[in-house]
Write a protein that binds this ligand. Structure first.
Ligand SMILES: [Zn+2]
Length: 268
């Protein structure tokens, strides 16, 4: 690897933009461009601080402010911004655009802060698709997915917002019909029961893979340990979950802690 072409800073909360300067400094290769949603939208002191430190870390790199519908160039992969700065994708991706039958009930209350401004990305590689909506809350999930679903299906779902209950409406998760999901949760960050259940009850979902064990969620919600990369934050070795996708839509997920892996086929 000789450089990072695009480094996406989804939003300016501490657990997302908070370590950009340190990460960039530790990176053995240069970062050519940073991608973000624009100016900080939260008045909170923490977000303002994160934004200021990010602006400093930009250095000589190019800054790309993206809007919903924009693309990030990546050879062979179609990377589409489906949400940014509170706005959502209007023109559907290939295979998307049909009415979403799960759109019912009351709209969620809009939430403030940086989460609704998060950059959401859809990655399409042949017949494989995955979606990462960062920390988008329920109100924006509904705006994106109702009345029509512009994304279509996504075989792999990167669970939103560390599996906090503020995100992961069934009208999003179930409409995507994922075969597998990966949760970027912490030992004490995310992994809440309602969100976990919304994902687990998604029709056709085979497995949830986790970045960490979340003891507070109990046995009912945590996946079997072979699907979990880090079992304790004490002495954590920062194991990770690897995904390799093929053009035919199949993909293989590997737990780098124990080498356990499983291949998933595209449905339909
Ligand atoms: Zn977060």
């Amino acid at each position: 690897m000789k450089q990072i072409d695009y480094f996406v800073v989804t939003h300016y909360d501490q657990d997302h933009g908070g370590n950009v300067a340190r990460t960039a400094a530790k990176m053995p290769v240069p970062i050519r461009a940073f991608v973000d949603h624009g100016d900080v939208m939260s008045q909170s002191g923490e977000a303002q601080e994160v934004y200021a430190s990010y602006r400093k870390a930009l250095g000589d790199a190019r800054r790309l402010i993206v809007k919903a519908g924009d693309r990030i160039p990546l050879a062979g992969v179609d990377v589409v911004v489906v949400a940014s700065a509170g706005a959502v994708l209007k023109s559907p991706l290939s295979g998307g655009g049909a009415p979403n039958p799960l759109c019912s009930g009351e709209p969620a209350r809009p939430s403030r802060g940086e989460n609704p401004a998060s950059i959401g990305l859809a990655f399409t590689f042949g017949r494989f698709r995955t979606i990462d909506l960062s920390d988008l809350p329920k109100a924006i999930e509904r705006e994106l997915m109702c009345p029509n679903n512009p994304v279509g299906t996504a075989g792999l779902f990167l669970v939103s917002h560390h599996a906090f209950n503020m995100s992961n409406l069934p009208l999003l998760v179930h409409a995507l019909q994922p075969v597998a999901a990966v949760v970027n949760n912490g030992e004490r960050h995310g992994g809440q029961a309602e969100a976990w259940q919304a994902v687990r009850q998604s029709p056709g979902l085979e497995d949830i893979w986790q970045m960490h064990l979340t003891p507070a969620a109990g046995e009912r919600n945590n996946a079997p340990t072979r699907f979990i990369a880090n079992l304790s934050e004490a002495g954590c070795r920062a194991h990770w979950i690897k995904v390799s996708a093929r053009r035919d839509g199949s993909f293989r997920v590997t737990n780098t802690r124990n080498g356990f892996s499983k291949t998933y086929r595209r449905r339909g």
